[in-house]
Design a protein around this ligand. Structure first.
Ligand code: CA
Length: 97
């Protein structure tokens, strides 16, 4: 993994899983997706990710980390993350799952 955007998520994942159960965890991921997505497109784009990371207080995330995250998670090559791509990425970033 070349970027550490997920570090904070990773730390919280195992305890979140234990607390929420798998189903609740997926719901949590979906609400995370909605926080980060471009509402007009229903996708996470570079612009929406950058804007919403700032809103969420993730000020030290760099453009290159955002690009890496999009590339890492983008499975169909459209340059944006769908909800499914986001959930798959988050699961892959979670060593405890
Ligand atoms: Ca995609």
């Amino acid at each position: 993994m070349d970027f550490d955007f997920g570090a904070e998520f990773q730390d919280n994942f195992p305890s979140m899983m234990a607390r929420l159960g798998a189903e609740g965890f997926i719901l949590e991921l979906c609400s995370g997706f909605r926080l980060l997505m471009d509402a007009s497109k229903g996708l996470i784009t570079f612009e929406s990710l950058k804007r919403n990371c700032l809103i969420l207080g993730l000020h030290d995330i760099g453009d290159d980390e955002i690009v890496c995250m999009l590339m890492e998670g983008d499975l169909d090559g459209d340059g944006a993350l769908s909800q499914m791509e986001f959930c798959i990425l988050m699961f892959r970033l979670s060593p405890g799952i």
